[in-house]
Design a protein around this ligand. Structure first.
Ligand SMILES: [Zn+2]
Length: 272
C-alpha cells in the first residue's frame, strides 16, 4: 500500500498548475489588481493544507480501511457490463464530473451545505488560489461521494486519478484571472468550462452565483438550464454581500464560518 493517499505526481501537478496560472495571470490578466494579494493567498493555501492533512491524508485513508463502506457501495457497474479500458476512463470522467455538478448544485440549494460552500464564495477576488479555498467540511463530504461512486462504478484507483488530474487542472484554469482570445473561447465553451463562465458563478448577485456550476464540461449547465452566458464584466463584483468586511475573512473566521447563522440575499438579487 502507498504511504501517501495523494501520489507525488498529483501533488506536483497541483503545485505546477498554480505556478503556471500565476505566471499567466501576471502577463494576461482579466482584471488588473493593484493591491498585494499575499494575505488572500496565505489564507487560501492554508485552507488547502488543512484539506490535505485532515481529508486526504487522514479521513480518506480511514474510509478506505472501513470494510463496511466498501461492502455497502461495491456494485462494480463496469465489471458487470464488461467494459474495456477506454470506455472505463471516458465514463469515469463523464460520470464523476456530472456527479460533481449535481453535488455543487446541492451545496447551493441546501442551507446547511451552503454554510460550508460559502467559504469558497467568500473570496473577494478570484484567481487560481481561489481553487484551493474550500472548507474541510465540504471536502470531506465530497470525498465520501467520490469514493462511494468509485466503488459503485468499479472504477480503478488509476481511472479516478486520471479524472482527478483533469478535475484539478480545470478547477485551477476556471478560477484563473486570465484573459483568453474571445472567438476561441466561445468555441471551446460549447463543451468545456472556461474562466469567463465560472467567473459569473463567483458574482455577488445570487441569480448569477446560482448558475454555471460545471467544472470540466459546460454541457451539464446547458442541459439543465443553469447556464449564464454573459454578464457585464465591468459590473461583475466577486464575493458575498453578507461577508464584505475583511475582518470576517481571516483564517480562523473562515474555519468557523459554517457555525455562523447568516442568511443569504434573496434569489432575485439586485436589479441591473
Ligand atoms: Zn459554488
Amino acid at each position: 500500500m502507498e504511504k501517501s493517499n495523494i501520489p507525488f505526481y498529483l501533488s506536483f501537478a497541483g503545485v505546477a498548475g498554480i505556478v503556471f496560472f500565476l505566471v499567466l495571470e501576471r502577463f494576461v490578466p482579466f482584471r488588473r489588481v493593484s493591491l498585494p494579494q499575499w494575505q488572500r493567498w496565505l489564507i487560501n493555501f492554508s485552507l488547502s493544507f488543512c484539506n490535505l492533512l485532515i481529508v486526504d491524508q487522514s479521513f480518506v485513508v480511514l474510509l478506505q480501511r472501513t470494510p463496511i463502506f466498501s461492502e455497502i457501495f461495491h456494485f462494480d457497474l463496469y465489471g458487470r457490463l464488461g467494459l474495456g479500458s477506454f470506455w472505463r476512463v471516458v465514463l469515469t470522467i463523464l460520470i464523476l464530473d456530472f456527479a460533481m455538478y449535481v453535488w455543487h448544485r446541492i451545496n447551493h440549494a441546501v442551507p446547511f451545505l451552503w454554510r460550508f460552500h460559502r467559504v469558497h464564495h467568500s473570496d473577494p477576488h478570484v484567481d487560481v488560489t481561489t481553487a484551493s479555498r474550500f472548507h474541510f467540511g465540504e471536502v470531506t463530504l465530497s470525498a465520501v461521494i467520490n469514493y462511494a461512486l468509485m466503488l459503485s462504478l468499479g472504477a480503478s484507483i488509476w481511472e479516478v486519478r486520471i479524472f482527478k488530474l483533469i478535475f484539478v487542472f480545470m478547477t485551477q484554469l476556471t478560477h484563473s484571472n486570465i484573459r483568453l482570445f474571445k472567438p476561441l473561447e466561445n468555441l471551446i465553451r460549447l463543451i468545456f468550462v472556461l474562466p469567463s463562465m465560472h467567473r459569473i458563478h463567483h458574482s455577488d448577485i445570487r441569480r448569477e452565483t446560482d448558475s454555471n456550476y460545471g467544472t470540466i464540461f459546460s454541457i451539464w449547465d446547458r442541459l439543465f438550464a443553469t447556464f449564464t452566458k454573459d454578464t457585464d464584466s465591468q459590473k461583475l463584483h466577486f464575493g458575498l454581500k453578507e461577508f464584505q468586511d475583511s475582518k470576517e475573512l481571516t483564517l480562523p473566521k473562515l474555519i468557523i464560518m459554517p457555525l455562523k447563522r447568516v442568511g443569504r440575499e434573496p434569489r432575485q438579487g439586485r436589479g441591473k
